[in-house]
Design a protein around this ligand. Structure first.
Ligand SMILES: [Mg+2]
Length: 236
């Protein structure tokens, strides 16, 4: 019997049509956020630092931030059908997000999809004891400084459980998790990054492109991967 296939899926710009963390940064941070984002795009700072810098520009009002997130929340076409097919095939669906995180469950709940997702690994944005907005990274690698959420470890853990992994994403930072997956669906910056690193991928536009595909076999991706989530983290 073929083993179940695990789907590891980015949230912002993948499940949703817009990157809500970026939208919040732009809306409340304006020019300062653009400078932070340019440093990130130029690889001068990792995403973990990008998140910390972005969160410092936001109002200390989670309700206000959540309401903004709801305004921009639109689910990419086909996601509901994709979830139903995955469930029928017993294939777990895992969301792995390296954004602000706090709006993911509320948005999925708003669209009636929260109960259809098996697991969510995300950062959290909280108001700390000093009354400041703070980003928490409960799923970070213990020493690697690059990612807030170690998506590569999530992929590796699924593979260790015997499940081939299909990775679906859109951002350049998805490259670490994607590089461990048995099949990659990439759009936008992730597609460009896959080209740059010689990672085979399938382009996709919406979730209808990912329905009725031939599921991959479990493969050893260690040699081609871009980091070592169970080791020291990012490869130099
Ligand atoms: Mg994304």
């Amino acid at each position: 019997m073929a083993s179940e296939t695990a789907y590891v899926i980015d949230f912002d710009g993948t499940v949703t049509t817009r990157d809500i963390t970026t939208e919040l940064g732009l809306f409340f941070g304006g020019k300062k956020f653009i400078e932070i984002d340019q440093s990130y795009q130029a690889k001068k700072i990792p995403i973990k630092s990008w998140l910390q810098a972005a969160v410092a520009l936001l109002p200390v009002d989670l309700e206000k931030l959540k309401n903004r997130a709801f305004e921009w929340a639109e689910i990419r076409p086909g996601f509901n059908t994709f979830l139903q097919k995955a469930r029928a095939a017993n294939n777990p669906v895992i969301i792995a997000s390296d954004g602000l995180g706090f709006y993911i469950e509320p948005i999925l709940d708003q669209f009636g999809l929260l109960g259809e997702v098996d697991q969510i690994y995300r950062n959290d944005t909280v108001i700390n004891d000093q009354g400041l907005l703070e980003i928490l990274n409960p799923h970070a690698h213990p020493t690697c400084v690059v990612c807030g959420n170690c998506k590569a470890r999530i992929v590796v853990q699924q593979k260790a459980a015997g499940r081939p992994v299909i990775y679906i994403g859109d951002g350049s930072n998805d490259r670490f998790g994607a590089s461990w997956a048995d099949r990659i669906f990439a759009r936008e910056d992730l597609a460009l990054t896959c080209e740059r690193h010689n990672l085979a991928y399938s382009p996709w536009w919406d979730f209808y492109d990912i329905i009725n595909i031939e599921e991959p076999r479990l493969t050893d991706r260690d040699s081609g991967s871009l980091c070592s989530p169970l080791g020291a983290g990012v490869k130099s």
